[in-house]
Ligand binder design. Sequence first.
Ligand code: SF4
Ligand code: SF4
Length: 186
Amino acid sequence: MITIKKTRTSRALKDAVEQLSGVDLSICFQCKKCSSGCPVAKLAKSRPSEIMRQLHLGAGDELLASDLVWMCASCETCSARCPMGIDVAAVMDALRRLALERGAPKPEGDVPLFNRAFLKTVETFGRSYEIGMIAAYKLGTGKLMNDTEKFPAMLKKGKIALLPPRGGDRKTVKRIFRKVKASKGT
Ligand code: SF4
Ligand code: SF4
């Protein structure tokens, strides 16, 4: 069941998401194709179509604490499946950004920390660097030895690289990060 709490910021949240994502929330007709294709919907408490509905009905900033906002893998399956051409993944991006800007309560777990660790390696190396990301994440959680049993096998099979990635256009990636930070005033 969807519960909507209307607050003075309700309209502001819907407007802010529409502005950031470029999505017109009113054209969603709740076919739920986005939810049926989402790889994390079964693990989260809410589904993409529910988030869309809640936003459209005027949910307030409590929506920013939804676990799906942080569990979303930005795979864009929802956007590809939507018969209305709605960029649902962009809506999730907008919600994540607003959650950070408005200091929304973080969901249980360390997903925001994982997100920061991932983005930091992309900013530094121009591409994802798994070992750097894992090290930053584990230092942040303080659980250094958790889930490390598969690490030697992954190294051996070449599933994970010891050295940072080469190539890629680091300068351009750094410029993009600088621009985003400047636009957010961070
Ligand atoms: S697939 Fe598109 S129209 Fe259908 S529920 Fe999801 S966002 Fe709405
Ligand atoms: S982009 Fe996020 S919400 Fe959309 S299908 Fe992928 S994980 Fe689910």
